[in-house]
Write a protein that binds this ligand. Structure first.
Ligand code: SAM
Length: 370
């Protein structure tokens, strides 16, 4: 329920004033792409002397760092009031502003979960040849407080990433071509973000039906992607032109929501060597394992080898001897007796991740360290 919350709307006005008038703890996720405070003092030209369409808009102008910091503190505080206790915030920026923003959000009590680097696969060259080509932006992902819960669709992300953990360096091209909003034959906005970037953020850290707030709407990228992914949105811009552009863009989006997504089938158990089961005490040294459908029992040795009938070797080598076959997968052919139930299970079951409630240290390298 969102009492008094104007969901699925583009609001026109100053985001701080508007956010302060909305009901507290009503938003699940914030994505903010605030002014960069680029402080450009000169026009930039390409080698062929054409003018670069740089971010010199009046919405990016601030009188001083102090003024920018006050503005940053006010909008970050307004977002924090609006966030549910288990909500989270993303903010994107460049070296011009992200350090100031990061420091202020920590001062306000947010707790940083990750910083993510968006690596631009097609960055603009550095025109003057006086510095490195600036080929990335930084996103900060933070929760409301240190102890707060938050949404992270870890398993879905990993499954979609061919069972590899999703990393914090993301490669996407700049927003170009047909995705770019145009106005009178020109780019409608200097800093339109790619939809793929928002797709990653929203699928990773929100659930269908969640309310996503973007206080700096621009062309409405966050809202458009949120709508496509079956989330609700509130977005704000103080420029009337951008509000109109965003409304038109969002209205053209058809939600692509699959109502019937089945539970995730778990990936095969993570690859850990047999010796780790012995080292962790899951298969104690000297315990026995039984070869499938036989009365052949092998003894587990301290170094992760097993011994059967005077032969010592890996679980696979000894399985081959027992089966009389050139190849045999030990993980599925050796059985151990569960100490609690007495039930016999393939040793592969021991590689399954322990649940956090097990209170055990995890064996597996893909467990979070923090
Ligand atoms: C960096 S752009 C956002 C671009 C957007 N992410 C996109 O993909 O199109 C920042 C936007 O914030 C708006 N803005 C700046 N200050 C604002 C304020 N105080 N209240 C509301 N909007 C503001 C600007 O008009 C500008 O469109």
């Amino acid at each position: 329920m969102n009492f008094g919350l104007p969901v699925d709307n583009v609001l026109h006005g100053d985001c701080i004033e508007i956010m302060n008038a909305l009901p507290e703890k009503s938003v699940d996720l914030v994505f903010a792409d605030p002014p960069y405070n680029l402080q450009l003092s000169q026009d930039l030209y390409r080698p062929n002397l054409t003018l670069v369409d740089a971010v010199d808009d009046h919405w990016d102008q601030f009188g001083s760092f102090g003024e920018y910091d006050r503005f940053t503190r006010d909008w970050l505080a307004a977002c924090r009031r609006l966030l549910k206790d288990d909500g989270a915030l993303w903010v994107i920026g460049s070296y011009h502003n992200i350090y100031r923003v990061g420091s202020i959000l920590l001062d306000l009590g947010y707790w940083i979960l990750n910083d993510v680097t968006w690596i631009k696969t097609n960055p603009l060259p550095q025109m003057r040849g006086s510095r490195f080509c600036n080929a990335h932006e930084t996103l900060i992902w933070a929760k409301k407080t240190r102890d707060a819960r938050y949404t992270f669709n870890y398993r879905d992300l990993k499954a979609g990433n061919e069972d590899k953990q999703m990393r914090s360096d993301w490669e996407f091209p700049l927003c170009t071509g047909r995705q770019r909003e145009m106005l009178d034959g020109q780019k409608a906005h200097a800093t339109q973000k790619p939809e793929a970037l928002l797709h990653r953020v929203i699928t990773a850290t929100s659930k269908p039906g969640d309310v996503i707030l973007d206080p700096f709407c621009g062309t409405g990228t966050t809202a458009a992607v949120a709508r496509r992914l079956g989330r609700r949105f509130i977005t704000i811009d103080r420029e009337e032109t951008y509000v109109g552009i965003a409304e038109k863009r969002i209205a053209s989006i058809t939600p692509q929501v699959d109502e019937d997504v089945p539970e995730l089938v778990d990936a095969p158990n993570p690859k850990v060597p047999f010796v780790q089961l012995v080292e962790s005490g899951r298969l104690p040294v000297g315990s026995t394992i039984r070869f499938k459908n036989t009365e052949r029992h092998a003894k587990v040795n301290a170094d992760g080898t097993i011994t059967w009938d005077g032969n010592r070797g890996s679980i696979h080598k000894i399985a081959c001897l027992c089966a009389g076959a050139p190849g045999c997968n030990g993980w599925s052919h050796w059985y151990y007796a569960d100490p609690n139930t007495g039930q016999e299970l393939p040793i592969d079951a021991l590689r399954a991740k322990p649940k956090p409630s097990d209170g055990q240290m995890s064996l597996w390298s893909d467990d979070e360290a923090d």
